[in-house]
Design a protein. Sequence first.
Length: 150
Amino acid sequence: MLCPKCRSPKGQVMDSRVAKKGFAVRRRRVCRKCGYRFTTHEEICAENFTVLKRDGRREPFARAKLEQGIRRACAKRPVTEERIALMAEALAAEIEALRLAEIPSRVIGEKALARLRVEDQVAAVRYASVFRRFMQPEDFDAETASLRAG
Ligand SMILES: [Zn+2]
């Protein structure tokens, strides 16, 4: 774990404490380079949830699939492979934080779109065109209109 202050990997755990009735661990860490103290939180990964698709089918959530969709939208755009991985990582964390056993694919799509809008407008429009394929055509018009306005 990198130090949030100086990014040194030389951290040391000073104290570990069980939290959430044994389902989580909090650790106090100190950076051996700059002396900065910070806390990390470890929890059981809730990644094992189900995606409820538009057609009513269910499938297990796959981070790789989400990342692939983002990568496809970013093709030939100035978005690095590292940024794409970070976006997928952040999205998975965001989805996990919802703590839902079942999550509609529409919700995942909207969240991915929100991140892409910040990252690259063209990639966002591409993603929207795939993601909203079965939705109202005016949604797509609104997306391109907001791109022209921006
Ligand atoms: Zn440090």
